[in-house]
Design a binder for this molecule. Sequence first.
Ligand code: NDP
Length: 333
Amino acid sequence: NKQILLASRPVGMPIDQNFEFKEIPVSEAQDGQVVVRTLYLSVDPYMRGRMNDAKSYIPAYKLNEVITGGIVGEVVESKSDLFKAGDKILGMLGWQLYNTVDAKTIRKIDDSMAPVSAYLSVLGLTGLTAYFGLLDIGQPKEGETVVVSGAAGAVGMLVGQIAKIKGTRVVGIAGSDEKCTYLKNELGFDEVINYKTTTNLDQALKEACPNGVDVYFDNVGGTISDAVMNVLNDYARIPLCGAISSYNSTDGDIGPRILTKMIKTRSLMKGFVLSDYAARQPEGLQELGQWLSEGKLKYEETIVEGFDNAIDAFLQLFQGTNLGKMLVKVSDS
Ligand code: NDP
């Protein structure tokens, strides 16, 4: 067995030395436990926050302990009535080749409905984040304009598609021409802006949103969000989902800084974390699954092969190499 530990707390962008790979034995399953072989592990931007020694909605990773996150795996040994060998499961488990866990802490997934990796993206926390953030806080109405930043990422591309399903005009902001072309041609976004190459983001937004912005789904914060705030309509809604532009900042948060615009437009800005919607997960998963089976929702994955490349995959989130959900494939199902 092998695991990845947090060896030291990163300052700014994490480096390889902040992590340690360690060989360990596979723990034998006790009564009520199962041994799970990792198939895919999810690397997510929020994990960067857990590497800091700071109070948040989720506890910080402890030093010299295994990093945990979303994992899809296969039960290889069971001492529980809940699972048998061969079952596919989803859980918040350690970054290890094998995890020995209490059967009550994991959930069985149906691999006949979708490939197992989908439970770490569209049929998992990513899909639910897009669904509840957009629909519950954003409340998009037909004919309105929805702008989403981080638009070609895991959450962002689902937000844009759900906003299209709701009959809105959708404008995506993303970091490469390839991503922008994909959003427009494959997912039907109405307009796209490459924030890395545009020379005047304010102007580009004005052109892409001639009727102003009613919903801004914010995945990134910082100067991109400053620019979107300038084109808000009255009574705009802003689900604050993420602020990736600040996650490695050593100077704290860097915007948005447009409070007067918020007042003038009487806009609503609301932060949320997915756990707020725990009780409504079945409702979200049902509708996401429905749209997926009807072909109304597409999803994309960028898969990095090999457990040893997990840290590299995590760091690539901050370079933007991923289209859709970034996953690490650890072993074959
Ligand atoms: P993504 O798949 O969107 O991956 C991250 C993307 O962010 C990159 O591909 C990159 O795309 C973009 N990015 C990286 N650095 C910057 C930067 N400095 N400025 C602007 N964009 C940047 O990740 P997720 O979809 O998993 O997450 C998206 C956001 O949602 C994150 O902020 C995350 O923390 C948040 N989140 C919040 C949840 C909640 O419960 N509130 C739950 C899940 C996610 P590009 O090429 O466009 O730069």
